[in-house]
Write a protein that binds this ligand. Structure first.
Ligand SMILES: [Zn+2]
Length: 148
């Protein structure tokens, strides 16, 4: 799933569990693997070294940062928790940078194999799921946050 949607999920968890920060942090990290089990965007034919991939990555990172900061702005009193949980919710995908760019010849470790296996449905049409996820989470958080 995109970093944007992982991050927004982390923000939802931070807001929902704001009275229990250690729990919010833990659940945010674990939420990554739950979300990855849903059908989502991906293209097995696209090289992770292609211009197209870098374009998608840049767009996703920009949207992730902007949407997280927007939510944090509307939930200002717990902004640090929102940003931290958003980062943790998206962070397991950093392992792919390690395997793809730093140690490309290294065999996947146990966690990476698990992480790869749970993503049973990654396809271009999965972008629709990502879009719906974003449309439901982002405006809802902003709307609720603006009420406080
Ligand atoms: Zn992942």
């Amino acid at each position: 799933m995109t970093a944007t949607n992982h991050g927004l999920m982390g923000a939802v968890i931070a807001i929902t569990l704001q009275k229990y920060p250690p729990l919010a942090i833990t659940v945010s990290l674990l939420s990554h693997f739950l979300l990855d089990a849903f059908p989502h965007f991906g293209d097995g034919k696209m090289s992770l070294h292609s211009r197209r991939f870098y374009g998608i990555l840049f767009t996703d990172m920009t949207l992730a940062v902007v949407s997280t900061l927007a939510v944090a702005w509307f939930w200002f009193e717990i902004a640090l928790l929102v940003v931290g949980c958003a980062f943790l919710a998206a962070s397991p995908d950093l392992m792919w940078l390690y395997y793809e760019y730093l140690k490309p010849k290294l065999k996947l470790g146990r966690l990476a194999r698990f992480h790869s296996r749970i993503q049973w449905s990654q396809s271009p049409p999965g972008l629709m799921v990502e879009f719906i996820w974003f449309i439901v989470l982002f405006p809802t958080l902003i709307y609720i946050g603006a009420q406080f």
